[in-house]
Ligand binder design. Structure first.
Ligand SMILES: [Fe+2]
Length: 193
């Protein structure tokens, strides 16, 4: 294994966790039911004095409506390829680990809606391996997602994947109504080294 790592050595390690962006082919099918689910269940206020609300977090295997299955099935179908992209600049032993151990799943998720004028403070999702944001409603002029000081435009149907340790935030905005689903990805054990 060490030999393989040595020969796989990649110089640089300049951008080991460049966020990845995907566009959901099923967005038109799932958008309205998922917005409805977020709007009806986003009862938890983030912080004491904000207009940012989220649904109670759910375990990843608990899919409450059909559209959760469609969205999360699609996201999970992307994970192996996505992790390969993230890991190829890391020299991580993951690159030479057995393929039958490369298993990832959505560990938890929640919906969020941003009312006028509010964002979220810088935070990250350590110790989860990866995290994601899926954008359901992005009114014109609404806030982007800032990951490690890089601004990424959010658009309806867009999935943004990033390292769970990457610090991110949503700047305050005059535009309300931004609605999304966030979640975390966990990595299973290596069964047969
Ligand atoms: Fe977050």
């Amino acid at each position: 294994m060490d030999k393989d790592l040595k020969y796989n050595y990649l110089p640089g390690l300049t951008a080991p966790f460049e966020p990845q962006v995907y566009e959901c082919p099923y967005h038109d099918l799932i958008q309205l039911p998922l917005i409805d689910w977020v709007e009806k269940n986003a009862t938890l206020r983030i912080g004491d004095d904000t207009g940012c609300f989220r649904t109670p977090p759910q375990s990843g295997y608990k899919r409450l409506i059909t559209e959760h299955n469609l969205l999360f099935g699609w996201i999970e179908s992307l994970l192996l390829e996505s992790v390969k992209e993230f890991s190829k600049w890391t020299n991580s032993a993951y690159n030479v680990s057995p393929s039958d151990s490369k298993k990832f799943k959505i560990s938890d998720y929640w919906g969020m809606v941003y009312r006028d004028g509010y964002g979220t403070v810088p935070h990250n999702h350590f110790p989860f391996a990866l995290s994601f944001g899926y954008y359901l409603r992005t009114p014109e002029g609404c806030a982007p997602l800032i990951i490690d000081e890089q601004s990424i435009q959010v658009t309806e149907g867009r999935l943004i994947m990033f390292g769970g340790h990457q610090t991110h935030y949503v700047p305050d905005s005059d535009v309300g109504g931004r609605c999304m689903i966030a979640g975390d990805i966990s990595y299973g054990e290596v069964i047969n080294w």
